[in-house]
Design a binder for this molecule. Structure first.
Ligand code: UDX
Ligand code: ADP
Length: 459
């Protein structure tokens, strides 16, 4: 099928950057991104592109170049669905917070709503592409809804999982290791392959069946997260011995069978995908009675939770077993650098542990707005919103955040942290001044020379 109009439902971290790049590389295709969230669409339409709802290096430039030409942001969902030949579903699929599979399974209510809406509105044949991270066999559910509730039109369902990592989304999209397209209809697969074919070499476009495509996404994320949990497990052992985890990472990474990437020990992985996808994998394995398989993957998450807890426990015990009434400055709130996304960020959980010990928390992050810090903490429902307001303060300047702090916890690997005047920071803090470097970005001997009590992960 010749594609002239694409509609993408969901203007989030996946839909926004992916469609911006598709529009840039296919000037003849009209791409419309729709969302139920009016505020978000308004922000995407902001004249000043520095105010887009998503921060991602390189994104603002592409939006500026394509918006109003062949890239559009709108809340008119039905119109965009009807006009398009191809519809991407890029809505959120959070872990269920209620009912069967609570805390494990993906909540597919937003995907289901989209499918029902497409079925209701469509008057011509559509290719429906699932882009959201979804558990295996979701395409089947979408297909069944479309076929049973739709009118006389033909729907082809494709699975096209997103492999972009936040913070490098534009580069990942422009130069993907591979694009995966799973489906039954060869014609539909080739239509989508053509869209990507405008910039991705054909040998990097993999065609598979739907189930392989869906499972590959979960498996890729599970393998990546497993590497981090593996090196984090070794980091704890390093702290008990004379070994240095950075040296171990380097040594094992030079084995070409292992490779150097994703071996940075840290306070723990965050983000919207890793935990959710592994929980899905575990849930699916358990539902087939594969308990050993489920337990195996679940351990990746158990280790990650342990790493976050270990970090805050270490901070508390180093501060003479009490942080009550002490000011702890947290540098970084995002789950990684170069994004304003905070989903599952280690910072949230570490802050929560410290707040349970009645610490006062001062937060500075270069891209995360103050409001988000409070929403993240309130969402945990560990304490009242008023208590969070009282105990947590946010700053738009790091030097104000660290004033009179007993300790600094580095939660995100933002490059700017390395360029700070650390002598000045030392002078502003209470003594002894502690740094807990959850990302191993500072130099231990330099920090000790200034006078800091410095500890990192796995040294
Ligand atoms: C991930 C996958 O990489 C991507 O392919 C998929 O489509 C979505 O999920 P993302 O969550 O955006 O992407 O970020 P990623 O770079 O994978 O980092 C995830 C977390 O792991 C971050 O908190 C990061 O700081 C942490 N991490 C990463 C480490 O702690 N150590 C490492 O060596 C690498
Ligand atoms: P992701 O990281 O998967 O892109 P986000 O939460 O950033 O997740 O984005 C998902 C977007 O999908 C949100 O902006 C949300 O408002 C939108 N959305 C959810 N359900 C629907 C729906 N039924 N119709 C349109 N948009 C939806």
């Amino acid at each position: 099928m010749q594609i002239n109009n694409i509609c993408c439902i969901g203007a989030g971290y996946v839909g926004g950057p992916t469609m911006a790049v598709i529009a840039k590389k296919n000037p003849n295709i009209k791409v419309t991104i729709v969302d139920i969230n009016e505020e978000r669409i308004a922000a995407w339409n902001e004249n000043d592109v520095s105010k887009l709802p998503i921060y991602e290096p390189g994104l603002a430039e592409i939006v500026k170049e394509t918006r109003g030409k062949n890239l559009f942001f709108s809340t008119e969902i039905d119109k965009a669905i009807d006009e398009s030949e191809m519809i991407f579903i890029s809505v959120n699929t959070p872990t269920k917070t209620y009912g069967k599979g609570k805390g494990m399974a993906a909540d597919l209510k937003y995907v289901e709503l989209c499918a029902r809406n497409i079925a209701k509105v469509a008057t011509t044949d559509k290719i429906v592409v699932e882009k959201s991270t979804l558990p295996v066999r979701t395409a089947q559910a979408i297909k069944s809804i479309l076929h049973n509730t739709g009118g006389d039109v033909n729907f082809s369902i494709l699975s096209n999982p997103e492999f972009l990592a936040e913070g490098t989304a534009i580069q990942d999209l422009l130069n993907p290791d591979r694009v995966l397209i799973g489906g039954e209809s060869q014609d539909a697969i080739e239509s989508l392959a053509n869209v990507y074919g405008s910039w991705v070499p054909q040998d990097r476009i993999l065609r598979t069946n739907v189930w392989s495509s869906e499972l590959s996404k979960l498996t890729a994320n599970a393998f990546l997260a497993q590497r981090i949990s593996s090196i984090n497990a070794i980091s704890e052992l390093c702290e008990k011995t004379e070994a240095n985890v950075a040296e171990v990472s380097k040594a094992i990474g030079m084995d070409s069978r292992i490779g150097p990437k994703f071996l940075n020990a840290s306070v723990g992985f965050g983000g919207s995908c890793f935990q959710k996808d592994i929980l899905n994998l575990v849930y699916i394995a358990r539902s087939y009675g594969l308990n050993e398989v489920a337990d195996y993957w679940e351990q990746v998450i158990i280790l990650n939770d342990h790493q976050k807890r270990r970090f805050s426990d270490n901070l508390i015990s180093t501060l003479y077993n009490t942080v009550s009434g002490k000011k702890i400055a947290m540098l970084g709130w995002a789950f990684k650098k170069d994004t304003n996304d905070t989903r599952e960020s280690a910072a949230i959980y570490v802050a929560d542990h410290l707040l349970n010990e009645q610490a006062n928390i001062a937060v500075y992050d270069p891209k995360v707005p103050s409001k988000k810090v409070y929403t993240d903490l309130n969402y945990l429902q560990t304490r009242s919103e008023n208590e969070n307001k009282e105990l947590v303060e946010t700053f738009d300047n790091p030097y104000n955040a660290v004033k009179n702090a007993h300790a600094i916890a580095i939660m995100t690997e933002w490059d700017e942290f390395k360029t700070y005047d650390w002598k000045k920071i030392y002078d502003l803090m209470k003594k002894p001044a502690f740094i807990f470097d959850g990302r191993n970005i500072l130099n231990k001997s330099e920090m000790e020379k200034i006078g800091f009590e410095y500890s990192s992960i796995g040294h």
